[in-house]
Design a binder for this molecule. Structure first.
Ligand SMILES: Nc1ncnc2c1ncn2[C@@H]1O[C@H](COP(=O)(O)OP(=O)(O)OP(=O)(O)O)[C@@H](O)[C@H]1O
Ligand SMILES: [Mg+2]
Length: 150
């Protein structure tokens, strides 16, 4: 199975889905997040942080591009919105091949740097409280993860 669609009706539900996913992740995993402004990319990442036992408040890294958090595994939270149209390599390899989990908001802007094996997530705004979350697994590792989520 390489695709899974889940609808959530509150931000808390989105966080819970992200926690369930994060419990299945292993070092070096890369998650991409696409979706309009306010879709819920950072909210989803908060759920991942929660599952990793990160207690520091996760805020949007828009102005720093990458924020690193210490948890059961390190979390590299990236927001590459500001890299649109640039081909600058900010050292992506280190994050994508590291010991932690890399989560990339607006990943479409750094497509050329993304590893082939990854989990792509698109969040679509339905109404104020509802979101449709679409998971696309690239590679066997992520296929088995989304199978276990369904
Ligand atoms: N079902 C839902 N899932 C996720 N967020 C929701 C949901 N319902 C309401 N929300 C709210 O929508 C907002 C999503 O904001 P968030 O910062 O996560 O979006 P974002 O995609 O990271 O935006 P940006 O592109 O600005 O980084 C939050 O205020 C959150 O509480
Ligand atoms: Mg965000």
């Amino acid at each position: 199975m390489s695709q899974l669609i889940i609808t959530t009706n509150t931000a808390e539900e989105t966080i819970a889905v992200a926690e369930k996913l994060a419990n299945r992740l292993t070092p070096g995993d890369v998650i991409t997040l696409e979706g309009d402004l306010g879709a819920g990319k950072t909210t989803f990442t908060k759920g991942i942080a929660k599952a990793l036992g990160i207690t520091r408040t996760l805020s949007s890294p828009t102005f720093t591009i990458v924020k690193e958090y210490e948890g059961k595994l390190p979390l590299y939270h990236m927001d590459v919105y500001r890299l649109e149209g640039s081909d600058e390599d900010i050292g992506f390899d280190e994050y994508f091949n590291g010991n932690g989990i890399a989560v990339v908001e607006w990943a479409q802007f750094i497509e050329d740097f993304l590893p082939e094996e990854r989990l792509d997530i698109t969040i679509n705004y339905q109404d104020e409280q509802s979101r449709v979350i679409e998971f696309t697994a690239c590679g066997a590792h992520f296929e088995s993860i989304i199978e276990s989520l369904s």
